[in-house]
Write a protein that binds this ligand. Structure first.
Ligand code: UT7
Length: 318
């Protein structure tokens, strides 16, 4: 038994925050942001556009793409670090929103690498025979976790949700998965929870030592893509597309260069979406598929890197 992607979906909040908007908020410029990150605009969630709400919308699209009904799902896994509650989990809220009952439902917290981790759990549940169809959602609202006065983070993050349905299949869709972490670097990128009983929680914003994170991300991802290809017994030349985490265009181009891929073989969404954390890979995958660029049978390398540090990949035949 193998696992294979049956359908994908995505949801982006209505509100757009452009670089011009950020020029009004902090001391920055459109030129600096575009040159250093590649980001031009990002979406900002309203109070109603919670990770669960966005996750449900993305899931409904994925179900439609898979020509399935929600009742056919055996499990809902949500990768998020912006859940409204410790419990009920965002996955439980998504299950509720889809009208499900008696379904496996839980969140996975692996920051920007969350989708890779959740995908891996879903794949292993399927090949172990524990579930047939698993909804994997990545949903985050990290724009809200940034200090609006901190120009080093507020320019980077956007909100959104992406989803895919991974199903049991006799065709091998998932060819290789690699996950890992370097917990010794946790202090370089962190998001503390607000503390109960403390009047001032202003130090609970997302903190990132950007330049250090950048250097580690480039090094780790270069190693990760090679390890993943090796696990699958493939070479970079066998790949049709790279579907990378959307943190910084310079990180993405460095990985593409390492793989000797032309940028036409790389799905880039960050210009319009910024870094949507756990949502970024499934949103990019969905966009590539909906634009007709990614076709059935294509070999895709999905990769992500985030706070922890944590990182992960999936090499798949779509
Ligand atoms: O998703 C999880 C993984 N996250 C990432 O992978 C993000 C990794 N990091 C990055 O993408 C980049 O490091 C940033 C985009 C965050 C920063 O770019 P950088 O090229 O590493 O810039 P820097 O931090 O080295 O800062 C260069 C200069 C500094 O000024 P001085 O000290 O040279 O005078 C900063 O103060 O740019 C300044 N700066 C800004 N200037 C205008 C920092 N932020 C801004 C800003 N606008 N928004």
């Amino acid at each position: 038994m193998y696992s294979r992607i049956l359908g994908t979906g995505g949801y982006l909040p209505q509100q757009v925050r452009t670089n011009a908007d950020l020029e009004q908020m902090v001391e920055t410029s459109d030129t600096w942001i575009v040159e250093r990150t590649g980001i031009r605009e990002r979406r900002i969630a309203s109070a109603e556009e919670t990770p669960a709400f966005m996750g449900v919308q993305a899931a409904l699209q994925a179900l439609e793409a898979a020509a399935m009904t929600a009742s056919e799902l055996d499990a809902v896994i949500c990768a998020t670090t912006s859940s409204a509650n410790a419990f009920p989990s965002t996955a439980c809220e998504i299950a509720l929103g889809l009208g499900l009952n008696d379904v496996i439902a839980f969140d996975v917290a692996a920051a920007c690498a969350g989708f890779s981790y959740a995908y891996s759990v879903a794949h292993n549940m399927i090949i172990a025979g524990q579930a047939k169809n698993v909804l994997v959602v990545g949903a985050d609202t990290l724009a809200q976790a940034c200090d609006p006065a901190d120009r080093t983070t507020i320019i980077l993050f956007g909100d959104g949700a992406g989803a895919c349905i991974l199903g049991a299949s006799d065709e091998q869709g998932t060819l290789a998965i690699k996950l890992s972490s370097d917990p010794s670097r946790g202090d370089l990128l962190r998001l503390p929870f607000p503390k109960r009983g403390v009047a001032d929680n202003s130090n609970c914003y997302l903190y990132m030592k950007g330049n250090d994170v950048f250097k580690h991300a480039v090094t780790v991802l270069a190693k990760l893509v090679n390890e993943t290809l090796e696990l699958a017994g493939l070479e970079a030349g066998d790949l049709d597309f790279l579907v990378p985490h959307q943190a910084n265009l310079r990180i993405i181009t460095a990985t593409a260069r390492k793989l000797k891929l032309d940028m036409s073989q790389v799905i880039v969404t960050l210009d319009k979406q910024g870094n949507t954390s756990a949502a970024s890979v499934p949103l990019a995958l969905d966009e590539g598929i909906r634009q007709g660029r990614i076709k059935r049978g294509d070999k895709l390398l999905l990769e992500s890197f985030g706070g922890g540090f944590v990182w992960g990949s999936a090499l798949i035949r779509y």
